[in-house]
Design a protein around this ligand. Structure first.
Ligand code: UDP
Ligand code: MG
Length: 313
């Protein structure tokens, strides 16, 4: 029978954890009762260096019910790394693993549909949100433009899919081969190949607590996504540089003609403008190149993406 693990990264989630645990335990027990999943199935909470009582709560859940497993990272490493740590642990125990946020925004009701697709032979099942009604206007429009930008830049992404996803053991073994430090799991999953399917679900409001993704983190996550999966911004330097050069030739010809006609222009304005425009353009593109060089630097160090402090199984 199928052994299912649900991996839930948690960062300062003491407020939602009890509710999440009780809902997931109810769901898992139902599935076990229906003989759809084995008794070895687990809900694994990954503590991503929380400063509150999240880990103590996970520990007491584990002590009260063996359904709950726990993984404690040595410090905060961010959502993607915490998720990866959980997935890599789950991979050695489970046939299929579902990743889910701790705040109950990912409707646990969709798990049944995930399992159906898995049984139909899919190795990856993407949870896709059917509407963004629960998001603020700002979050909705920024998130949707992010998906469009990524698509334009040539990265393969499943539209409106975040990290609510089922992966088979085979898919996770493939994921383990990806050694990049700048993790962007939702971009890697489509690259793995395998048969996949999408399951729609209604995304709820965060059950309790505050979002751990303030604007600054969201922007840097989006930029990481772009620069980890696309080299087009680098090529943009070439295009922009070429365009600027073409424009400067036109201006040069114009200046020469003015000069030959004997109309010497004072020229401060045009000069000032072009210095600023070209200087700005150069700095911008050096910045883009620098961003990629920085990535190369980080990747060559091959530092561990997470360090495990404790495992409760
Ligand atoms: N999270 C994490 N480490 C972090 C930030 C977030 O493990 O450094 C977890 C968090 O506990 C939650 C999930 O990632 O389970 C998604 O975070 P959140 O709900 O705050 O993001 P939002 O839904 O607002 O984008
Ligand atoms: Mg959330």
């Amino acid at each position: 029978m199928l052994t299912l693990w649900i991996v839930v990264p948690c960062f300062n989630e003491e407020e939602v954890l009890p509710e999440t645990a009780s809902r997931l335990s109810a769901l898992m027990k139902e599935l076990m009762y229906e003989n759809r999943i084995s008794g070895e199935s687990r809900v694994c909470f990954v503590n991503d260096g929380s400063a509150d009582s999240t880990w103590e709560k996970i520990r007491s859940l584990h002590e009260s019910d063996p359904l709950f497993a726990g993984l404690c990272l040595s410090r905060n490493r961010g959502h993607q790394n915490a998720l990866l740590a959980g997935l890599m642990l789950a991979r050695t125990h489970a046939d299929a693993v579902i990743s889910m946020d701790a705040d109950l925004q990912d409707d646990p009701g969709a798990v049944r549909a995930f399992l159906e697709q898995y049984e139909n032979g899919c190795d990856i099942v993407y949870g896709v949100r059917s509407s963004r009604a629960s998001d603020s206007f700002f979050k909705r429009s920024s998130a949707e433009s992010f998906y469009r930008l990524m698509k334009f830049l040539g990265a393969e992404l499943v539209f409106n899919h975040a990290d609510y996803r089922l992966m088979s053991r085979r898919a996770l073994d493939a994921l383990a081969e990806y050694e990049e430090v700048n993790l962007f799991l939702r971009g890697i999953a489509p690259q793995l190949g395998f048969r996949s399917a999408c399951v729609e679900y209604e995304r709820a409001e965060r059950f309790a607590g505050k979002s751990k993704y303030p604007l600054k983190k969201m922007l840097s996550f989006a930029f990481d996504g772009v620069s980890s999966f696309s080299v087009r911004p680098l090529r943009a330097a070439l295009v922009l540089g070429g365009a600027a050069f073409a424009v400067s030739i036109v201006i040069l010809i114009y200046c020469l003609i003015r000069h030959l006609c004997g109309k010497t222009v004072s020229g401060w304005t045009s000069l000032g403008v072009s210095i600023w425009a070209l200087g700005g353009l150069q700095l911008l593109m050096i910045g883009v190149v620098g961003e990629y060089v920085g990535k190369v630097y980080l990747e060559t160090k091959k530092r561990p993406r997470y360090i495990i402090e404790e495992t409760l199984l």
